[in-house]
Design a protein around this ligand. Structure first.
Ligand SMILES: NC(=O)c1ccc[n+]([C@@H]2O[C@H](COP(=O)([O-])OP(=O)(O)OC[C@H]3O[C@@H](n4cnc5c(N)ncnc54)[C@H](O)[C@@H]3O)[C@@H](O)[C@H]2O)c1
Length: 325
C-alpha cells in the first residue's frame, strides 16, 4: 500500500513529462508577437531572480515596466537586477525579499509594498520548488503545498485590492500563475493536503500545481462576478532547462542531461507564455484560461469542478488565516 502511494504519483509525473517531451520533439516553441510598451506599469514577479522568472522580469522591464523581483535569495536577486539594468532596459528592476515558505514573510512583503503607494498591474506567481525531500514551511505546511500554492494564495489575496484599483475596464490588471503539465497527473487530497498519510515528493509537487489551477479558475469566477478589472490565468511553460530539476535523484539527473540538451526549452522560451499572458494585447480582458505554448488549452477535467474549486478556496483561507469575503 505504502509502495503504491509512492510509486503511482512518480509514474504519473514521469508519464506527464514524456508526453510533454514528445510534444516538444515535434513542435517549435511559441514565438511572442510584438508586445505593447508597458511604461508606467508595475509588476511583481515571484522567483524572478533566475530561470523563467528572471526571463519574465527581464522581458517585462524591456517593455518599460517597473519590475519588483520578489524572492528569497538576495544575492541572486541583486545580480538579476544588475543584469537587467546593464542591458539598458527601458524599465526598472529592483529586488525585494519574499520567502513564500513563510506566511509572516508574505504579509511583511505586502505591507512594505503597499506602504510605497505603488499601483500593481501584473502579478506573476512564478516561484516554485520541485521534488524536495519531506520538509515543512515555517507554518508547518508540507513544503510544495505551502510554498508553491499557499504562499501564492495568500500573496495574491493580499494584493487583490491594489490590483483591482490599478486595473481599468480597458486595461485590466493581470495575475499570471505558473502551473505545470504535472497537474494532469496530480490528485488533490482534500482530507490530507499536507501529505501526512504518506509522503511522495512527486505527488506533493503535482498536487501543488493542480491546486494552482483550481485557484486560478475560482479566482477568475470571483473577479468576473464582482465586475473587477483584473484577470487571472494559469500558464504551463512546458519542460524547461532550469535549476528546478536540481533535486532529481542521481540516475534521473544523469538521464535528464542529454534529454534536456535536445528537447527541453530554454528559460527564455519557457517564459514566453507567461510574458504573453502578462503583456499581450490579445490577452486583454481574457481570464480563466490555462495557457500552453501560447494557446488556450484544456486543463485536467477535474479542475473545472466548481465544488472542488470552492472547497479548496475555503480551506485555503482557513489555512492562511484569511476571512472568506
Ligand atoms: N522548469 C520546468 O520544466 C517547469 C515546468 C513546469 C512548471 N514550472 C514552474 O515554473 C516556475 C519557475 O521555475 P523554474 O523552472 O524557472 O525554476 P528555478 O528553480 O530556476 O526558479 C524558481 C524560483 O523560485 C524561487 N523560490 C524558491 N523558493 C522560494 C521561496 N521560498 N520564496 C520565494 N521564492 C522562492 C527561486 O529562488 C527561483 O528564483 C515554477 O513554479 C515551476 O514549478 C517549471
Amino acid at each position: 500500500m505504502w509502495l503504491l502511494s509512492v510509486l503511482l504519483p512518480l509514474v504519473r509525473l514521469y508519464l506527464c513529462g514524456v508526453k510533454v517531451l514528445l510534444y516538444q520533439l515535434f513542435n517549435r516553441s511559441f514565438t511572442l508577437p510584438v508586445l505593447p510598451k508597458q511604461n508606467g506599469r508595475v509588476a511583481i514577479v515571484t522567483g524572478g531572480a533566475r530561470g523563467m522568472g528572471f526571463e519574465t522580469a527581464r522581458h517585462l522591464a524591456s517593455l518599460g515596466m517597473h519590475v519588483v523581483i520578489a524572492g528569497n535569495e538576495e544575492d541572486e536577486g541583486l545580480a538579476a537586477v544588475k543584469k537587467i539594468h546593464e542591458e539598458g532596459s527601458d524599465g526598472k528592476a529592483e529586488f525585494v525579499f519574499l520567502d513564500l515558505a513563510s506566511l509572516k514573510s508574505v504579509r511583511l512583503f505586502v505591507q512594505k509594498f503597499k506602504a510605497r503607494g505603488l499601483p500593481l498591474h501584473v502579478l506573476v506567481n512564478n516561484a516554485g520548488i520541485m521534488l524536495v525531500p519531506e520538509r515543512k514551511t515555517a507554518d508547518g505546511f508540507e513544503l510544495h503545498f505551502g510554498l508553491n500554492y499557499l504562499g501564492h494564495f495568500l500573496l495574491t489575496n493580499l494584493l487583490l485590492d491594489t490590483l483591482k484599483k490599478s486595473g481599468t475596464q480597458g486595461r485590466c490588471a493581470r495575475i499570471v500563475t505558473m502551473s505545470s503539465a504535472t497537474h494532469y497527473g496530480g490528485v488533490l487530497h482534500m482530507d490530507d493536503l499536507q501529505s501526512r498519510a504518506c509522503y511522495s515528493s512527486h505527488g506533493a509537487y503535482s498536487q501543488s500545481k493542480l491546486a494552482l489551477v483550481f485557484f486560478t479558475y475560482y479566482l477568475q469566477e470571483r473577479l468576473t462576478a464582482g465586475g473587477f478589472p483584473v484577470t487571472a490565468n494559469a500558464v504551463d511553460p512546458g519542460m524547461v532547462d532550469t535549476a528546478l530539476y536540481d533535486n532529481l535523484c542521481s540516475p534521473a539527473q544523469a538521464a535528464k542531461k542529454p534529454v534536456a540538451k535536445l528537447l527541453f526549452r530554454t528559460p527564455a522560451e519557457g517564459a514566453s507564455t507567461a510574458v504573453y499572458a502578462a503583456a499581450a494585447s490579445e490577452m486583454e480582458g481574457v481570464g480563466g484560461w490555462y495557457l500552453y505554448n501560447g494557446q488556450k488549452t484544456q486543463s485536467a477535467d477535474v479542475t473545472y469542478n466548481t465544488d472542488i474549486q470552492a472547497k479548496l478556496w475555503k480551506q485555503s483561507c482557513k489555512l492562511v488565516g484569511l476571512q472568506e469575503a
